[in-house]
Design a protein around this ligand. Structure first.
Ligand code: KG4
Ligand code: ZN
Length: 344
């Protein structure tokens, strides 16, 4: 069972193929990725129309590259999956258009996959795959959610951000510090040289007793500190970066621990771009190890958007008997789409 996956929801075009034969975890055979970071950098954020056009340029060459790497020809594919949402409408349509056209030409099913399902299942492609059930902390540029995962397609939302996402908090704070887009990794690097106790920043909703997050106030606090520093800012940038990162990470760790206690789950999966943050990884490890909780991550290269996680999610759905076998190509995209709508 060879499944192709196409990801184009935001600023990465990703194509991958997995082998989902039998009952074993699908195996990644090949993948190709193009990041648009350079394209959007001059604008300080993703420009949707430029993103769509670049997906159009990249998708087919990446498909050819993936098939060549896997040593496969296109008509060996059994199923073609694509990110159906959430994401930028125009960008999603490129991947959906390619996948559905290809599936129709081959007479194979096309599968629209939820982007966040891809992220939360992505650790299954790593060396240390989790077992169901687990708690998932989804931390990306657009989402911050705690999810109870019973098995494939059984997701219960425990809480989420009421305003900015964790990645957005990193990116917006980084911008205030004059760092390039996307700021998360740059801020994390700068934070290594700073003192996290230098500035007292808020930890919003830390003790709210639920699993919701809020990061908008933190960004305002970083802005206020930056303004207060004025000419001093260049000398104190690393300290402010370290303090900001510590505030974001503290909240993510505390909320994850509270959700683990509440659900009694013993495994935590951390997925999405912010899952690459090494401070978050250290703090989670430190807090979870003594509680006997295992923390699982996707391999570093699969933390940010990629086609492999979409092919994987499709493969796992097929194995679970949840994928439609129909070849009716009514392709549509869902720019706004809640993950819990998938639960059956
Ligand atoms: O999952 P992702 O690639 O795209 C979305 O679906 O949003 O996540 C991108 C986000 C960006 O906000 C980026 O700044 C953040 O992940 N990010 C990081 C790190 N690497 C990526 N944030 C903090 N530390 C990092 N090392
Ligand atoms: Zn993502």
């Amino acid at each position: 069972m060879l499944v192709l996956g196409v990801e184009s929801s935001c600023d990465e075009t990703g194509v991958a193929v997995v082998d989902a034969s039998g009952r074993d975890i699908p195996r990644l055979l090949a993948q190709a990725l193009h990041s648009q970071i350079d394209l959007h950098q001059a604008y300080g954020g993703v420009v949707p129309e430029l993103a769509s056009r670049d997906h159009v340029r990249r998708a087919l060459p990446l498909l050819e590259q993936t098939l060549e790497q896997a040593g496969l020809s296109v008509n060996q594919l059994d199923s073609v999956a694509y990110t159906r949402g959430p994401g930028l409408a125009g960008a999603l349509l490129v991947g959906a258009g390619l996948a559905c056209a290809l599936a129709a030409a081959l007479g194979r099913p096309a599968l629209g996959i939820h982007h966040l399902e891809g992220h939360l299942l992505s650790p299954f492609l790593g060396d240390d795959p989790p077992q169901f059930p687990f708690l998932a902390l989804l931390v990306s540029g657009g989402h911050t959610q705690l999810m109870q995962v019973r098995t494939v397609a059984q997701y219960e939302l425990l809480g989420e951000t009421i305003d900015d996402a964790a990645g957005e908090a990193f990116d917006k704070s980084a911008k205030l510090l004059g760092l390039p887009y996307p700021g998360g990794p740059h801020l994390a690097r700068l934070a290594l040289e700073g003192d996290e106790r230098a500035f007292k920043l808020p930890r919003p909703l830390l003790h709210s007793g639920d699993s919701d997050f809020s990061f908008a106030g933190l960004k305002t606090a970083v802005l206020t500190q930056a303004q207060r520093l004025g000419d001093q800012l260049p000398m104190r940038r690393a300290d402010l970066a370290a303090s900001t990162q510590a505030a974001i990470v503290d909240v993510l760790v505390a909320k994850s621990l509270a959700a683990l206690d509440q659900t009694g789950l013993r495994r935590l999966v951390v997925a999405g771009g912010v899952g690459a943050n090494s401070r978050l990884r250290e703090q989670l490890e430190r807090a979870c190890a003594p509680r006997g909780v295992r923390v699982h991550y996707p391999q570093l290269s699969l933390c940010t958007d990629n086609g492999a996680m979409i092919a994987l999610a499709a493969g796992m759905r097929i194995q679970a008997g949840l994928a439609p076998s129909s070849t009716a190509y009514a392709f549509d995209v869902r720019p706004r789409w809640g993950l819990t709508e998938l639960s059956h």
